[in-house]
Design a protein around this ligand. Structure first.
Ligand SMILES: NC(=O)c1ccc[n+]([C@@H]2O[C@H](COP(=O)([O-])OP(=O)(O)OC[C@H]3O[C@@H](n4cnc5c(N)ncnc54)[C@H](OP(=O)(O)O)[C@@H]3O)[C@@H](O)[C@H]2O)c1
Length: 311
């Protein structure tokens, strides 16, 4: 069946571009791959340790493998999701993280430039210190932890070797998970189900986004870039609801009709790697392009969790 998107795209822009997604076995990459496949895009996904359903295995730290793969696949667009993104892990394994989040990113960006593939690098709101929100795209980043630092170094390396690239900064994500602890949002269900008295952070303000919304934003951005190749640089997307971890857990419990009385708010910052207090990002550059997708948190998280075998 020919998809509506294929017809719209080819009528307006010519042939459908080929998209390669790194980190396609991960939380965000899976959602991007799923959306583009549903819409019959020409898309290939790369994974590393989790290879299934047609993903291509590639260690992005292996330059020869990356170069050979990209020369063979010749994508028009690369969405670069692969990263080490657990702040507490990065804090203790910075040098290893740099190999993936910075060095592999820089190499990918340089090969993309050589092959004339447009690169979109996925970054994070953790590049900001969270003191003076909302953050505009040209506000000065000041990461508080090593994960944010590595992603910022990835941004700089990308733009240095490939000024035509785009960067999309995004906040905390949730979506369909392979394990309940795969997202910092879905893992809150453990505290709810446990029924033991516990406190949850009611300090840092977060703007959670459904991975499906980010996938749609990326699809729309690719269509815009394909039409207007002068589009490049930094884009940002924060969710439309401001929630602490405590409030997210409350909405999860409400959506799933689970008890919440055993959970109380903790007004102190979380332990471990420092997190920004409020890293709300300004979405206007995407909105001015007519790009905006938002799923309400309560509805979105319920849809992700209610069919889990966990229940
Ligand atoms: N999750 C969030 O809340 C969040 C928030 C803001 C920004 N981001 C950014 O969004 C992007 C996607 O995050 P995510 O949550 O989808 O991450 P994720 O679920 O942890 O997935 C990470 C991906 O990176 C791949 N990978 C790891 N090491 C690799 C290597 N050496 N070579 C090739 N691939 C490798 C993994 O492959 P295997 O699993 O197959 O090994 C996996 O597909 C990241 O750039 C992250 O910084 C995420």
């Amino acid at each position: 069946m020919i998809s509506m998107w294929k017809i719209i795209f080819e009528r307006n822009f010519g042939t459908m571009p080929k998209v390669l997604v790194t980190g396609a076995s991960g939380l965000l990459g899976r959602a991007i791959l799923a959306l583009l496949k549903e819409e019959n895009w020409n898309v290939v996904g790369l994974g590393y340790s989790r290879i299934s359903q047609g993903l291509i295995k590639c260690d992005l730290r292996d330059r020869e493998a990356v170069s050979a793969l990209l020369k063979k696949e010749k994508p028009d667009f690369i969405i670069h999701c692969a990263a080490e993104r657990a702040p507490d892990k990065v804090e203790n394994h910075y040098e290893e993280t740099v190999l993936l989040n910075v060095k592999a990113t820089e190499y990918l960006a340089s090969i993309a430039k050589e092959l004339n593939s447009r690169l979109i690098y996925i970054s994070t709101d953790y590049v900001f210190d969270g003191v003076n929100p909302p953050y505009k795209i040209d506000d000065k980043p000041n990461p508080l932890n090593k994960y944010g630092q590595s992603k910022l170094e990835g941004e700089k390396a990308t733009m240095e070797v490939n000024p035509d690239a785009c960067i999309l900064r995004i906040p905390i994500l949730y979506g369909p998970v392979e394990r309940i602890d795969e997202s910092a949002v879905t893992v809150l269900l453990n505290c709810i189900k446990d029924k033991k008295p516990i406190t949850l952070s009611h300090y840092e303000k977060r703007y959670p986004v459904n991975v499906r919304d980010i996938a749609k934003i990326l699809r729309d951005l690719i269509m815009k870039i394909d039409k207007d190749p002068s589009i490049s640089g930094i884009f940002q997307w924060s969710g439309k609801e401001r929630l602490t971890k405590y409030e997210m857990a409350m909405l999860i419990a409400e959506g799933l009709n689970l008890p919440f009385d055993h959970i109380s708010p903790d007004d102190k910052a979380v332990s471990g790697a420092s997190r920004p207090y409020n890293a709300l990002m300004d979405n206007s550059r995407l909105e001015e392009l007519g790009i905006s997708h938002h799923t309400g948190f309560k509805e979105g998280i319920k849809a992700c969790l209610e069919f889990l075998e966990y229940f």
